[in-house]
Design a binder for this molecule. Structure first.
Ligand code: C2E
Ligand code: MG
Ligand code: MG
Ligand code: MG
Length: 292
C-alpha cells in the first residue's frame, strides 16, 4: 500500500514538479543571458525639489526586456536574481548604465541632474559596491556629486561597523547616500544618527495615508523634522495627489517623487523633462508629466 501511494505520488506530483523546475531553470538562464547582453534596461522617474519646483534628478528603475514576455518590472526578476546569485552582476550593470545616461544628460543637454540607483543587500554587504561605483564613475566620467545610492535600513543595521566603513569609503568618492523605503523597518534611530547619510526617502505606504489617517500624518511630519534635525534632506515617495503634496509643502518636506509629478519613463523620454525650467518665485504648482 505504501508502494502504491508512493507510485501515485510519483505519478501525480512529479511531472508537475519537474515541469515547474524546468520552467524556473529556463527563466534563470534567460535572465543570466539578458544581464550579460544588455537586456536589463532602465526607466527614469523624476525627483522634484519642493522648495523651487525644479526636477533635480531621476531614480533609475530596472526593467527586464524579456525576449518573449516584453518589458517586465523588478518584481518579476529582482527576487529571482537575488536567490540565484545574479543580483551583484545585475546591480553592476544597472549602475554603469545609470551613470552613462546621467553623464549624457550633462554632455548632450548641458544640464546637471543627479541619478539615484537602488543597491541590493548582497551588493552592499559583500563590499562589491565599492568597486562597482568606482568602475561606473570611471567608465562614464560622471561627476560623483551627481550619483546617489539608495540603501535600505535592513542592510545597515545588522553589522553597523562594517556598514559605516563601506559607506564611508563610498562617500569618500564624492557620491551621496539615501535610505530608501524609510519607515517600513523598525528604525534603529541611534544607528541612523551615526551613519554617513545624505537623505531619507519616506516610504509610499506612509505617504499614501497622510490625508486620511492622523497617525500617518504625524509620522510623516515627525520623520521630516527628525531627518532635517540630523542634517538630512527628506524626500516623500509615491506622491499621487495634490492634497499629499500640499501636506508635504506645509510640513517643509524637501523633495518629492510620485505619479503626481511623473511615472518612470524610458531614457528616450528624459530629454523632454530635462528642458523643464524651475518655475519662478511663488506658489509651487504641480506639473504632471504626461502619464503614459
Ligand atoms: P523603490 O526603490 O522604492 O522604487 C519606487 C517604486 O515605486 C517604483 O516601482 C516606482 O515605479 C513606484 N512608484 C513611484 N511613484 C509611485 C506612485 O506615485 N504610486 C505608486 N503606486 N508607485 C509609485 P518599481 O519600478 O516597480 O520598482 C520596485 C522596487 O524594485 C523598487 O522600489 C526597488 O526596491 C526595486 N528595484 C528597482 N530597480 C532596482 C535595481 O536596479 N536594483 C535593485 N536591487 N532593486 C531595484
Ligand atoms: Mg529606490
Ligand atoms: Mg523607494
Ligand atoms: Mg518604496
Amino acid at each position: 500500500r505504501a508502494k502504491q501511494m508512493a507510485r501515485d505520488r510519483v505519478e501525480v506530483y512529479d511531472p508537475e514538479f519537474s515541469r515547474l523546475q524546468e520552467q524556473r531553470r529556463q527563466r534563470i538562464e534567460t535572465l543570466r543571458e539578458s544581464i550579460a547582453t544588455g537586456g536589463i534596461d532602465l526607466d527614469f522617474q523624476p525627483l522634484m525639489n519642493l522648495h523651487d519646483g525644479s526636477i533635480y534628478g531621476f531614480e533609475a528603475l530596472a526593467r527586464w526586456q524579456h525576449p518573449q514576455e516584453g518589458r517586465l518590472g523588478p518584481a518579476a526578476f529582482i527576487p529571482l536574481a537575488e536567490q540565484e546569485g545574479l543580483i551583484v552582476e545585475l546591480g553592476g550593470a544597472v549602475l554603469i548604465r545609470a551613470c552613462l545616461e546621467a553623464a549624457r544628460w550633462n554632455s548632450e543637454f548641458g544640464v546637471r541632474r543627479s541619478v539615484s540607483v537602488n543597491v541590493s543587500a548582497q551588493q552592499f554587504s559583500g563590499g562589491e559596491i565599492r568597486r562597482q561605483v568606482r568602475d561606473a564613475l570611471e567608465k562614464s566620467g560622471l561627476d560623483p556629486a551627481l550619483l546617489e545610492l539608495e540603501l535600505t535600513e535592513s542592510m545597515l543595521l545588522d553589522d553597523e561597523s562594517t556598514a559605516i566603513q563601506i559607506m564611508s569609503e563610498l562617500k569618500s568618492l564624492g557620491i551621496s547616500i539615501a535610505i530608501d523605503d524609510f519607515g517600513t523597518g523598525f528604525s534603529n534611530l541611534g544607528a541612523l544618527a551615526r551613519l554617513p547619510l545624505d537623505r531619507l526617502k519616506i516610504d509610499r505606504s506612509i505617504i499614501s495615508d497622510i490625508e486620511t489617517n492622523d497617525a500617518a500624518a504625524s509620522i510623516a511630519s515627525a520623520i521630516i523634522a527628525m531627518g532635517q534635525r540630523l542634517g538630512l534632506r527628506v524626500l516623500a515617495e509615491g506622491v499621487e495627489t495634490a492634497g499629499q503634496m500640499e501636506f508635504l509643502g506645509d510640513n517643509h518636506c524637501d523633495d518629492l517623487q510620485g505619479y503626481l509629478l511623473g511615472r518612470p519613463v524610458p531614457s528616450g523620454d528624459v530629454p523632454e523633462l530635462l528642458r523643464r525650467r524651475p518655475p519662478g518665485a511663488g506658489a509651487i504648482v504641480a506639473q504632471p508629466v504626461a502619464n503614459r
